[in-house]
Structure formats: C-alpha cells, structure tokens
Design a protein around this ligand. Structure first.
Ligand SMILES: *[C@@H]1O[C@H](CO)[C@@H](O)[C@H](O)[C@H]1NC(C)=O
Ligand SMILES: *[C@@H]1O[C@H](CO)[C@@H](O)[C@H](O)[C@H]1NC(C)=O
Length: 591
C-alpha cells in the first residue's frame, strides 16, 4: 500500500510549508503520483506520475486558484531551509502521527468521528445555513441540526432543502418551506423513505416498499391541502397532518415495483424493477410542455381523464430493459442495460446531444443517442455505463474498449491499457458546466471532458494498470461534481504501521459559481474540473502545523466503522456523498 504514499512522510512537509507552490506541485503528493523513491521501488511509479501529471496540468489549466503558478521550486531547497521550519509537536500516538503525516487521513477520520451535513452556496433561501442570515455561504459549513446524523438522501434548491433521516423520515427547511421558521423540521414521517427528488414546488419521495409520494414543498400547502389550481385532485390521504399524494403507476407486473425516481422542475420519471419507465407531472404550477414526459402528443389539453399527475408508461421504451434514469430541468435520459441511451425533452441548449438536419427545440418521444458515431475511426467500441443530468446539461460515462483494427498500433494499445473510461457532456456551457474548458451557450453534440477521461492508475494488488472510472456525478442546475472511483484506503489500524494512513476518493468540481456553490471561496465560474480544499477549511491541518500547504478535499469511501470520537460510538457502514443542487451544494454522511 505504501507505494502510493511515500511522499507524504515528514521530509517534504518541511519545504512545502515554507514555499507556497502551484497546485500542480501540491498535487504531487497525491496518490496518483509517486515520489522518486516510490518510483524506483515500484514499476507502477512512472504510470502513476504520468496520470498525476495529466490531472494536474488540466486542473492547473483552469487557472482558478490563486496560487502562484510561475514558481519553479528546486526540490533541493528541502534540505537548505530546514532551520526555518517551526518545530512540530511530537506525535503522541500512532493515530497522532498519521494525522501529522496526512491531511487525507485526518479528513477520513473526521468523517467518522463527526458525521453530518456540510453545505455551501446560496443562502438567500436559508438553505445552506438555516441558522444564519448571510446571503451566501462561501466555504463548507455544517448544518448543526444534522450533526452526528447519517441521512439517506438530500436535495437542495435555492429556496428549500429536504433530507431523509436515517429512520426514513422527511426533514425540510428553507424559506420556500416556511418563511416564519426556515430551520430544519420533520414533515412526512413513518414512510421509510429511501430516495428524494425535488421539482419546482413539490417533493417526490420513494419509500423502501416502492411507494412514491408527492407533497408540496411549502408547509402552508402541506397543512391546508392543495392549491386552488388543483380542482382535479381526486384524493389525498393523511394519516399524519401532512397532505401528500401517491403516484401509482398502473399495470405493474407481479413483484414489479418502483425502484428509482428522477425529477426535473415539472416532471418526474419512475423506473420499475422490470426496467419499465413511467413519467408524471410533478409540479402544481406548470404541466410539462417540452416533451420531457416522453409521451408524444401529451399536453395539458390532451391529457387523459383523471388526476393530472397520473403516471404514464413511456411506451416507446417498452421492450428495452432500462437500468438508469436521469432528468435535467426540462429533459430526460434513460439508459438501457446494453448501454444504449435514449433522450427526450427540451433541446434548446443542445442537452439532448444529438444532431439533426433541422433543429427542433424539443423532442417528445425517446430517441437513441448514437455514441458509435463519436468513436468512429478510433478503434474503440463505446458502451455507456452511467448517465447524469441537471439544469440544461447531460453527462455520460463510457467504457471504450480497444478493438483491433488493421492499422492498430500494438505498442500504443498496450501502454494505454485495453479499456479507457471517458466522460462526455452536452447542453449549456455558459457557466462552464460542460467541463470542457469552453463557455459556449449551446453544445452541438457531446464533447469529452478530457480531464476526467482516459485516466488510469497502477493497482498494486493486481500489478496492472487499471482505468479510473467515476463513482458517480452529481449535477446541479449550473454546477457539477464528479467523484472518482478506485483505489482508496481505509484499512489503517492498530496493527498496521504508523506510516499507513487512510485516504478517500478524489472529487472534482466545475461550472457555475455565482453563489459560491463550488466551495472554492471565490466567485468565478470554472470550466475545467478542479479540486477544492478540505471541508473544515483546513482547520484540522492548521492544528497539525500544515497551515500553508495546499490540501484538497477527499471523500470518505464506504466502510464499516465505529462512529464518534476515538471510534467509541456505535458501529455503522457509512460513506460520504456529494450533492449539487440549485446554487447550493452539500456533502453528507450516509449509510
Ligand atoms: C439539439 O440542439 C443542438 C444545438 O442547437 C442541435 O445541434 C441539434 O441538432 C438539436 N437536436 C435536435 C434533435 O433538434
Ligand atoms: C480498480 O478498478 C478496476 C476496474 O473496475 C478493478 O478491477 C480493480 O480491482 C480496482 N482496484 C482497486 C484497488 O480497487
């Protein structure tokens, strides 16, 4: 395990804390890179360094951090300047020494000792910091209500927030929920909710047993019953004091249930365990009118009798086994088991990703997106593995398998590995949300996010180069985050050496930052994925004498640990997750 880590020993800390370095240099201590020593010891060192360099170059190319980029730091300074280093406290225990060695170790530990919700971005609706009247929250801040809580899901709008507690109850906050009391308040209880989506004015929640609940965001509407426009509401049941409705797809087969939901501002998609997709209206104020329901010809005027938010099966997708769904504000994506993507809805920013001769503003039935076209002539066969959407953007991750062709350069093929993982984006780029370094209003087909594509690392367990995929992406209305998958380390224990430190997964951020939602502490939009600092603002690092060093936030992967200070609390399997919303962002701990 130490092959990735040796640079994080004591020596380099000395010159790092004296000389601020460009982010690229700081990242040399990342696990992608190897120290010279590690490079000599391990064959994988060279590969690691190359990959590190790639990420570094692209991140630094974003030119968003204020670190001086022109400094040339000769490493020999390390010895010469040792006398300027302030004495560090001597480690008192193994854990102490690990905290001293690594910011990442400390971050992972803090996530276990003090789980909770960190939030930042717009606070005009009292969402990022319900207890504060600040209009923006510039860097990650904890929401005290959730301290030491694990939550199942969280969704954030500029005006309201909603979360599911560990027990499956709904908690809401923000001025869109209640002007009088915008602080977190339990609302819908006892439904064992597992997943949450939000539209313009309603919350859609999925329970463990597959029931789908739809309830108004505003507390007044929850208590009063539905708004006057809802003459067609035929029922609501209310064992609690909250008025909610159930979205019930009809004609489900034996044992078939809803397993996932994805909502835009006015519509929601429901995915069943048999791979069928239904869509329904999810807003009280506007009926979906941009084709995002995927039902050709369906409008407010032509809707069938009955409640207006009844789910409709998307018949065009019948016969395909859909495994993933995603929704932007006004558009929809569905991924089939075999890697085929269907798109429908609004295309005014090019978010559907495919070109036609004559442009049409929206498409009201699912159409397959031909990725093979984008890989033509590459000797690679694409297969879409995940989809994601938000705002006016769509994202796709693709496994591109090397296929042998007549002109194949075998050496090149070998050094690149057999398979590369690519990320593509389409839609609006005006806030930088395409992540491709450009600021275009409209995309003409998907473009590759180079800094997230074709990455690989050396896996010492298998002694081979493996592609680095994304664990997942979270797409907000104008900003986005990607969590990288693969080699994390959380096995440091009493039995391993005191140099054995834990580390989490990298998270990269880009897009709109007008409300400080990227967490950089600055307000400029970012068109190329970049890192942000640790959640606690480097406070832990400062305490450990690492004040001036450039550290980045890493997310703690899924592990079974004892929570609480010194690991003395209850046992739980937890992980941290990222959620980008409408101008607001959260990192939370979940089971
Ligand atoms: C979607 O929008 C983009 C950008 O305007 C355009 O190039 C493409 O042809 C459109 N696709 C459809 C189906 O209209
Ligand atoms: C990294 O990912 C590859 C491909 O998913 C997998 O085969 C490998 O086991 C992973 N390595 C580690 C150390 O998790």
């Amino acid at each position: 395990m130490t092959a990735y880590r040796p640079l994080l020993r004591h020596a380099p800390l000395v010159w790092r804390s004296i000389h601020p370095r460009p982010i690229g240099a700081a990242l040399q201590c990342s696990r992608y890179a190897s120290s010279t020593k590690g490079g000599q010891q391990k064959r994988g060192g060279g590969v690691g360094r190359f990959v590190g360099g790639l990420l570094v170059a692209l991140v630094a190319g974003g030119a968003v951090l204020s670190y001086p980029t022109a400094t040339k730091e000769p490493p020999k300074i390390r010895e010469a300047n040792i006398e300027y280093e302030k004495p560090r406290p001597l480690p008192e225990s193994k854990e102490d020494s690990r905290d001293l060695i690594s910011s990442q170790h400390l971050q992972v530990k803090q996530s276990w000792e003090h789980p909770g919700v960190y939030c930042w971005g717009s606070n005009s609706g009292r969402v990022a910091a319900p207890d504060s009247t600040d209009s923006v929250v510039k860097t990650p801040r904890r929401i005290a209500y959730f301290d030491d809580q694990l939550i199942r899901d969280i969704k954030l709008d500029k005006e309201f927030g909603a979360a599911i507690t560990e027990r499956g109850d709904l908690v809401q906050w923000g001025t869109g929920f209640s002007r009088e009391n915008p602080t977190p308040t339990p609302t819908l209880k006892g439904k064992d909710l597992v997943r949450l989506e939000i539209s313009k004015d309603r919350i859609i929640a999925l329970s463990k047993d597959g029931s789908v609940y739809s309830l108004p965001v505003a507390q007044l509407d929850q208590q009063r019953g539905e708004k006057s426009t809802s003459s067609s509401w035929s029922f609501w049941s209310s064992p609690s004091t909250i008025n909610y409705r159930q979205l019930k797809p009809t004609g489900l087969g034996w044992g078939e249930s809803v397993i996932n939901i994805a909502s835009g501002l006015e519509h929601v998609l429901l995915l069943t365990s048999k791979g069928r997709v239904f869509s329904a209206a999810s807003s009280t104020s506007d009926f979906p009118s941009k084709g995002q329901l995927g039902i050709p010809g369906l409008t407010w005027a032509t809707r069938p009798q009955g409640v207006y938010d009844q789910p409709h099966e998307i018949l065009t997708l019948k016969g395909f086994k859909i495994s993933q769904i995603a929704a932007g504000d006004y558009h929809s994506l569905a991924l089939e088991n075999d890697g085929r993507v269907f798109v429908f809805g609004d295309n005014s920013s090019g978010q559907l990703g495919f070109e036609v001769e004559k442009e049409i503003p929206f498409v009201d039935g699912p159409i397959p997106l031909p990725f093979s076209k984008m890989y033509r002539g590459t000797h690679e066969k694409p297969r879409v593995t995940t989809i994601a959407a938000g705002g006016a953007n769509s994202f796709f991750t693709i496994d591109a398998t090397r296929i042998t062709g007549p002109n194949d350069d075998e050496h090149g093929a070998r050094s690149l590995g057999r398979l590369s993982s690519d990320v593509w984006a389409c839609g609006s780029g005006i806030w930088g949300s395409l992540g491709n370094g450009r600021w275009t209003h409209v995309s003409l087909g998907p473009s590759k996010i180079k800094s997230l594509s074709g990455l690989s690392e050396f896996d010492e367990k298998t002694n081979s180069v493996v592609p680095i995929r994304l664990a997942y992406m979270s797409i907000g209305s104008t900003h986005a985050a990607a969590v990288m998958k693969n080699v994390t380390h959380v096995d440091a224990s009493d039995k391993t050496s005191d140099q054995d430190t834990n580390w989490g997964a990298d998270v990269l951020w880009w897009g709109g930052n007008e409300h400080y939602q990227l967490g950089t502490g600055r307000r400029n939009n970012v068109a190329t994925p970049m890192y942000i600092g640790p959640l606690d603002g480097g406070k832990g690092d400062a305490e450990k004498g690492r004040k001036d060093e450039m550290h980045r936030f890493q997310i703690a992967p899924k592990t079974t640990v004892r929570l609480g200070e010194g690991g003395k609390g209850r046992k739980a399997t937890i992980e941290q997750r990222v959620e980008c919303g409408r101008f607001v962002t959260a990192v939370y701990s979940t089971t």
